[in-house]
Design a protein around this ligand. Structure first.
Ligand code: 1PR
Length: 596
């Protein structure tokens, strides 16, 4: 029987879903004795190294787990489930790993790249036996076959710590390596009955399902096949020393995100809608002539059906935003939770849920913290939550703590970090990578001779045509404009623990004229967490443009972003995700292709 070891650290629903999807049944490990009954064991390992190892020890799993591994029965570890196999981690000094494999887990160097390493990257097989674990070694020769094999080597990673590949130390366990920046590290290991991946197969589309399937198909009990593969002396595809040499460029791809703005329509059904500049109602018609908005909510389809379509056609991530969240409490918003569960059952790429992630009070008076609300979505299968309006309030809190004349929330005194905001709480408990902040800025144009307010001078933009504007943040889907500019918001939430910024634009939304490059470059310049460019995509070339590094002002950081999101063009079938990826590839960018 296959067992899944969940020691209670977080969301393992997606893994359970993918195993069921592949037609396998499993039991949860409920007691250390269950490990004696298991003929196969999967350890997803969510959370942090120290927390995982401490939980294993305090719950009495550490020794039975080592005995299980020593018995030769198949073990598969994912992420922390892989890191736990090593001796120790700099994430938790003094806490011993299981020491089944040699080496120490250490943090990525964040000097020249963003940490965590988040997104799709290439796992490069280093031994022939990788093939048996679903990692294609070669496509068989032809160009199409090679392309197909390559599409099966991209996986979803999200981690800040890794085991650097050491050709001597890891010559008997390395199965694949991955390069982030100029660091080459172990992305899959296999030694005898032990197999583990740093990436998340359950979030890696069909390529990930192939890896899981390959392992699930291995015979249970002591595995002769795996042991035989490990023993082959000529198994290396290239010498370990060569494999350790970093290439010119790493394999991290640009991510294409499909976004679904969700709300109940006037009939009460949850639908995907899409507007222009956040107005999602059809233009009302009076006596045949179209007038201002006020008609029905535009209905572009059912959320899970559309999302599934995007997943199957190669979206790297799917985001659902509950755009009427300001009206009701998210925890009682069962349709969104149920929708998340349904989506997570059939979509195996990262899912982000936004809208209403904030402190709420149930009708019976029970208070629900933003963390509890987020937890409900993580349990339902979300990988990240996105926070909009509450992020603005949190940054206003930081700004209020600054001395007169200081406008940078990143300089807020330590005492201003109360730990009480939703961003801080969710980030602390689930990691920064699980917290996206969705920014809804609007341009504030300045008339001739008008001065930009001193506090917002850094978000001032002047166009070649002589127009000047700055970006004010809004809440409640653009209904309220606040005295916080986009740079203040971005810097403030980064300090509070946000791991990613979704940068929308009310002006560009639904216009199809391209992303607001000034806005995106502004946020990029002043922050270092990954940025998702959003709003305004009208054709495939717009993605290529926003990903291309073309700094327009002296001293500005390269304008390229990690991900770009679109809604309208995908919903209306005007541009296919594949077309976007083709255009990006044509421009020399690395993208992930979903295979058939
Ligand atoms: O404030 O934490 O409850 O979150 C509410 C969330 O709902 C925010 O993320 C906010 O951006 C979103 N939202 C609120 N009202 C609207 C609306 O449209 N009326 N949608 C709305 C925002 C913007 C993008 C859109 C892109 C791409 N949608 O997500 O998908 O602009 O569109 P395009 O490619 O068609 O141009 P809280």
């Amino acid at each position: 029987m296959l067992y899944l070891l969940d020691y209670g650290a977080g969301n393992v629903r997606s893994l359970a879903n993918s195993i069921r999807k592949l037609g396998y049944d499993f039991e949860w490990v409920r007691h250390p004795d269950d490990l004696k009954k298991a003929s196969k064991l999967l350890f997803p390992g969510v959370g942090a190294f120290g927390q995982a190892l401490t939980s294993l020890r305090t719950q009495g799993y550490a020794e039975p787990l080592k005995e299980y591994i020593a018995s030769g029965r198949p073990y598969m570890g994912i992420c922390i489930g892989m890191q736990a196999l090593f001796e120790s981690s700099s994430e938790a000094p003094g806490i011993q790993g299981l020491a089944v494999l040699p080496g120490r887990v250490e943090r990525f160097d964040s000097e020249k790249k963003t940490v965590p390493h988040m997104g799709w990257n290439r796992a490069r097989p280093v031994r022939k036996s990788a093939e048996a674990y679903g990692l294609p070694v070669s496509g068989g020769g032809g160009e199409a076959e090679e392309e197909h094999a390559e599409s099966r080597r991209h996986f979803y990673f999200v981690h800040s710590y890794r085991v650097a590949f050491d050709p001597q130390l890891h010559s008997s366990c390395a199965l694949s390596t991955t390069q982030y920046g100029n660091e080459v590290y172990l992305s899959a290991v296999q030694q005898g009955n032990v197999f583990a991946t740093q990436f998340h197969p359950e979030k890696s589309g069909r390529a990930g399902l192939d890896v899981l399937r390959a392992w699930l198909e291995l015979p249970g009990g002591p595995s002769e096949r795996a042991a035989a593969a490990a023993a082959q002396p000529d198994d290396w595809l290239l010498s370990p020393t060569q494999a350790a040499i970093p290439r010119k460029k790493d394999g991290l791809t640009k991510r294409i995100v499909a976004c679904l703005d969700v709300r109940s329509n006037d009939a009460g059904d949850l639908v995907v809608t899409k507007g222009e500049s956040y107005d999602v109602r059809e233009k009302a018609t009076t006596s045949g002539a179209s007038s201002s908005s006020g008609g029905d909510v535009r209905n572009l389809g059912k959320p899970v059906d559309l999302a599934l379509r995007y997943y199957l056609s190669g979206a790297d991530e799917v985001t659902f935003l509950n755009i009427t969240s300001f009206r009701s409490s998210a925890l009682r918003d069962q349709p969104m939770l149920r929708m998340t569960e349904l989506a997570a059952a059939s979509i195996f790429v990262p899912l982000t849920i936004g809208g209403g992630i904030k402190d709420t009070v149930d009708p019976d008076g029970t208070g629900r913290s933003a963390k509890e609300v987020a937890e409900a979505y993580f349990r339902a299968g979300a990988d990240k939550v996105s926070i909009g309006s509450e992020a603005v309030s949190a940054v206003e809190g930081l700004l209020a703590s600054l001395p007169e004349g200081e406008y940078d929330p990143a300089k807020a005194p330590k005492t201003a970090l109360t730990g009480g905001t939703g961003i801080e709480q969710i980030s602390r408990n689930y990691g920064a990578q699980a917290v996206v902040v969705s920014i809804d800025p609007r341009r504030v144009y300045l008339s001739e001779g008008e001065e930009v307010p001193a506090a917002h001078a850094w978000s001032l933009v002047s166009s070649a045509e002589g127009q000047r504007w700055w970006y004010a943040c809004t809440t409640k889907g653009g209904r309220e404009t606040r005295d916080v500019d986009v740079v203040q918001l971005a810097r403030g939430v980064e300090l509070l623990g946000a791991g990613e910024l979704l940068v929308n634009s009310i002006d560009a939304d639904g216009q199809g004229k391209g992303f607001d490059r000034d806005l995106i470059e502004l946020v990029r310049r002043y922050t270092s967490v990954p940025v998702i460019a959003s709003s305004g995509a009208g054709k495939a070339a717009h993605f290529e443009e926003i990903f291309s590094p073309a700094p327009r002002r002296e001293g500005w950081k390269q304008g390229s972003v990690e991900a770009a999101l679109a809604a309208g063009i995908f919903h209306r079938g005007e541009v296919a995700i594949d077309e976007v990826k083709e255009a990006c590839e044509g421009a020399g960018l690395v993208v992930r292709r979903e295979h058939d």
